[in-house]
Ligand binder design. Structure first.
Ligand SMILES: Cc1cc2nc3c(=O)[nH]c(=O)nc-3n(C[C@H](O)[C@H](O)[C@H](O)COP(=O)(O)OP(=O)(O)OC[C@H]3O[C@@H](n4cnc5c(N)ncnc54)[C@H](O)[C@@H]3O)c2cc1C
Length: 431
């Protein structure tokens, strides 16, 4: 079959790997000038490794990702440093990345810590996620973990991630999925995630697929004999199958001929955007902490603070210290239109809560990355509302972060859904 894939993120590359490997003729269309999508990075002159546009790491449980890394021959470049993850509580930071660390956390009563631990263990071992999706995480955790533990430990995370608008509505299966599969060991790739994506793209090309960069697809149209035409600024080309790995908004825009009931399902999917300011500094920001969980109620202007060079050696970045300040926000939030200098001005007091000495003079360079589609929001009984990968237009498939549920979005699940879409396309091959 002649197959087009829209998007050279991890999902698109995974589908291309399998489809090209099965002998199909595959063209991957990518709008930007690089492969990798949300998992990609950037590398200024003088740096040996790239830094991710949006802070990224892998878990040891990311089996799909590790499997494809093995297949493309780069598994030995995935490594797991031992960074510290901490929780901010009343002006202090506490390690929060192991059962022992939780038991030692002084912010809640010992009985609440035990309850927190038991509920965590229950979620880790239960498999029946469907029973969880009937409840909101807010209600379920409050009831079973207890008000004090929930309000101190998980409510700030839910609020930060989904905002006042949605945090009470996110379903418990989403929360279960995070506890169920994630390991405390965090990993990355030699050279950075962009190096992984570039090696992945080379392997895909090695199987005969063509990757067309800076070629955004504008329109997908049905033609005679179950063929689909793709329109780009280079003209029109016809395919037997098309897989889009773009956001719900973009797939609806590119394929307006999708029937209304499918389109309304696509349009009803909710998501948040991401805003990440990355700083290169001449000295470390704080103590040996990689990941800070920050409650916005304590006056932090961002949700995540990540000191990347407490995870990966600063020598790979010309000796600079790399700090990400990130947040998930509605796409109409003012941070989507402010300059990085204006945002740094607002973020500085937050950085000074970590280290009162920090000043703008420490910052040698900064970068701003914003994505309108970054975090799907799953409501109660979400499994009933997910549009299928195989769309009602014959030959047209759609696989995105919004469909990896009950798992939270992540590169591991981008691999899984990309391969699932490839399987479904192969199964549709005319005999
Ligand atoms: C802030 C943040 C932090 C994250 N942290 C982690 C983490 O620590 N670990 C982890 O595993 N995952 C993490 N993720 C999630 C991970 O990045 C995604 O789940 C994954 O990259 C999604 O891959 P994808 O291929 O489905 O989509 P995308 O990466 O979005 O790829 C879609 C591609 O389609 C292209 N495209 C869009 N429109 C068109 C068009 N019209 N024509 C052609 N091409 C088009 C885009 O340019 C893009 O390259 C994070 C995401 C964010 C936003």
């Amino acid at each position: 079959m002649k197959i087009a894939i829209i998007g050279a993120g991890i999902g698109g590359l995974s589908a291309a790997w399998d489809l090209a490997g099965a002998g199909h003729e595959v063209n991957v269309y990518e709008g930007s000038d690089k492969v990798g999508g949300l998992a990609g990075g950037f590398r200024p002159e003088g740096w040996e490794w790239s830094v991710e546009k949006y802070y990224h790491h892998w878990f040891q449980s990311d089996a799909e990702l590790l499997k494809i890394a093995e297949e493309i021959g780069v598994r030995d470049k995935v490594f797991y440093p031992q960074p510290v993850t901490a929780l901010y509580h009343q002006g202090k930071f506490y390690a929060f990345d192991s059962p022992i660390a939780v038991l030692k956390f002084p912010g809640i009563h010992f009985i609440d810590r035990l309850r927190f631990g038991f509920v965590g263990a229950y979620l880790r071992f239960s498999k029946n996620w469907k029973s969880f999706e009937k409840h909101t995480a807010h209600e379920w955790l409050r009831k079973w973990m207890g008000k004090r533990a929930y309000e101190t430990l998980w409510e700030p995370m839910l609020k930060g991630k989904f905002g006042e608008e949605y945090y009470r509505d996110v379903n418990m299966a989403w929360f279960w999925a995070r506890i169920h599969v994630r390991t405390p060991q965090l990993g990355t790739f030699e050279g950075g995630f962009q190096a992984f994506c570039d090696e992945f793209a080379e392997a895909v090309r090695g199987r005969g697929a063509t990757i067309l960069l800076e070629t955004p697809v504008e329109r997908i149209e049905s033609k005679d004999k179950d063929q689909l035409a793709l329109r780009t600024n280079d003209g029109e080309e016809t395919f037997d199958r098309v897989l889009s790995t773009t956001s719900p908004e973009l797939v609806a825009k590119m394929a307006p001929d999708l029937p209304e009931d499918y389109l309304s399902g696509v349009r009803n999917l909710k998501s948040l955007g991401a805003v990440v300011l990355t700083l290169s500094m001449d000295r470390p920001l704080g103590p040996e902490i990689y990941w800070y969980n920050l409650p916005k109620s304590e006056g932090f202007p961002f949700l995540c603070l990540v000191e990347h060079t407490q995870f990966v050696d600063k020598e790979h970045f010309g000796g600079n210290h790399i700090v990400y300040c990130g947040d998930y926000l509605p796409p109409d939030h003012r941070y989507f239109s402010m300059t990085k200098e204006e945002i740094l001005e607002e973020y500085l007091p937050g950085l000074q809560k970590i280290n009162p000495e920090v000043s703008k003079d420490w910052v040698k360079e900064s970068w701003m990355f914003r994505a309108q589609y970054a975090q799907p929001v799953p409501f109660v009984n979400h499994s009933e509302n997910i549009p299928s990968i195989r769309t009602p237009i014959p030959g047209l498939y759609w696989a995105s972060m919004s469909q990896v549920y009950p798992w939270d979005r992540g590169t591991n699940f981008a691999v899984e859904i990309g391969r699932r879409a490839a399987k479904s396309i192969q199964a549709s091959k005319p005999s």
